[in-house]
Design a protein around this ligand. Structure first.
Ligand code: ASP
Ligand code: MG
Length: 421
């Protein structure tokens, strides 16, 4: 049994969906569960819609219309008029229409999940209908009945025992009848509310299904030839890794390599399930294989960029040294606000910490910190991590850039720099 994950870029237009069906056809002898993300940049658009709704912005209807038009343009190319998919898509968008008629719920993250999840609900309706049109016996399932989470909106924590039970009870029977199509990125709470698993979380969804079902492998179909040593958008002469160990892949994703969601690898490693990262535009290519016994060969250092970083410097308002008590309070506030620390450094009078900017959470954090600490910050920074680095090539990388914070260990260098790449 195989698990496939198709990301937003692979289903960004009608051709992408046609290609998806071709890829799946190559594996017609296998049982396949297909996890699909929202199409193209739909999740970003739905994030904007959520903001517009909560802020009472006039742009709300325009943003919503654009999202609908984008999807309808795609289905008009794939299906004859009056195909039932038009109704399915309309009914899915109605969820948003109902929600935005009322005043917003006070919990932003809750509202976010109820709206943003529509991207995956719609994309899977379309993919499922197209697969059926192409003669696959495809079955659409609502992932929220299988992946159970707590109610940490935007970062739902998976309840593994319950999830495993639902998946193992429901899925194997369906796989015997044909392919199964489901949503990445989403979960459901015990009160039947929708949660999301964190941006780019569809890989994690694939990994959860694979781990529960004991799949033979997971393949994530991407717009790159495999895992590269650096992002070709920013660097020339990148090289592809043919294979990587689970541990190296975990390290890379921890530092922000966006090719796979960080939570994806661990469940696969525990269950010893290999993960392939392959190009959807060249499905016969070997891609990158992530598995147990890999002797990672680092022909080139791995360079990982994390954009949109904040560097926050805190000092105690009473001018005292930064103590363990201070640090413990600071970390508590980071945890409460669900802000993950990417890098940090202490000195006698200040504590510097670098993290991804999330405006709502950052505002709240500053408020929480303000009784005890003075805060200074820079934003729009870039965190550069280089693994398996060569000292000689580091200066080339940072030439002409201002380094605000730097840390070196034997294997890894991290630098917060002012200019983007
Ligand atoms: N659609 C979601 C996102 O863009 C999940 C995913 O793509 O994995 O973050
Ligand atoms: Mg995506």
């Amino acid at each position: 049994m195989l698990v496939f994950k198709f990301g937003g870029a692979s289903v960004k237009d009608a051709d992408g969906i046609v290609n998806l069906a071709k890829v799946v056809k190559n594996y017609s002898a296998d049982q396949i569960l297909i996890v699909v993300s929202a199409m193209g940049k739909t999740t970003n658009a739905l994030e904007n819609l959520t903001k517009a709704y909560v802020n009472g912005s006039e742009e709300l209807q325009g943003i919503f219309e654009d999202i609908k038009t984008y999807h309808y343009t795609i289905i008009e190319k794939l299906f004859e008029p009056y195909h039932p998919v038009f109704n399915d898509v309309a009914n899915t968008f109605v969820e948003i229409e109902w929600l935005i008629e009322d005043a917003p719920h006070e919990d932003y993250d809750f509202v976010y999940d109820q709206i943003v999840s529509v991207g995956e609900l719609v994309s899977t309706r379309i993919v499922n209908a197209y697969l059926n049109k192409e003669g696959f016996k495809s079955q659409w399932i609502d992932v929220r009945g299988y992946i159970h989470t707590d109610n940490t909106y935007r970062e739902g924590a998976v309840q593994w025992a319950k999830t495993r039970e639902s998946i193992n009870t429901g899925i194997p029977g369906l796989l015997q009848k044909g392919v199964v199509v489901t949503q990445g990125f989403l979960g459901g709470t015990s009160e039947n509310f929708t949660t999301t698993l964190g941006r780019e979380g569809s890989d994690y969804t694939a990994s959860i299904f694979a781990a529960c079902l004991g799949a033979e492998s997971v393949t994530t179909w991407k717009d790159v030839p495999g895992i590269l040593n650096a992002d070709p958008k920013y660097f020339e002469d990148t090289v592809k890794f043919d294979e990587l160990s689970y541990s190296e892949a975990i390290e890379m994703t921890y530092y922000g390599a966006s090719v796979i969601h960080p939570k994806t690898i661990k469940p696969l490693q525990n269950a010893k399930i290999p993960l392939f990262v392959k190009p959807f535009f060249d499905p016969r290519a070997t891609g990158t294989l992530i598995h147990e016994n890999s002797d990672n060969k680092f022909i080139k250092p791995v360079i990982i960029l994390k954009q949109n970083q904040v560097l926050l410097s805190l000092s105690a308002k009473d001018y005292s040294f930064i103590s363990e008590d201070h640090l413990s309070n600071i970390f508590k506030m980071f945890a409460q606000n669900h802000i993950k620390v990417n890098m940090m450094q202490t000195s006698a009078l200040s504590f510097s910490v670098c993290f991804d900017l999330n405006e709502e959470r950052f505002k709240k954090l500053l408020k929480d910190l303000s009784p005890e600490f003075k805060a200074k910050y820079n934003n729009n920074l870039c965190l550069v991590t280089v693994r398996h680095y060569l000292r000689s090539s580091l200066s080339e990388l940072t030439d002409g850039k201002t380094i605000l914070l730097e840390q070196l260990s034997r294997n890894t260098v991290q630098m917060v720099v002012k200019e983007s790449f």
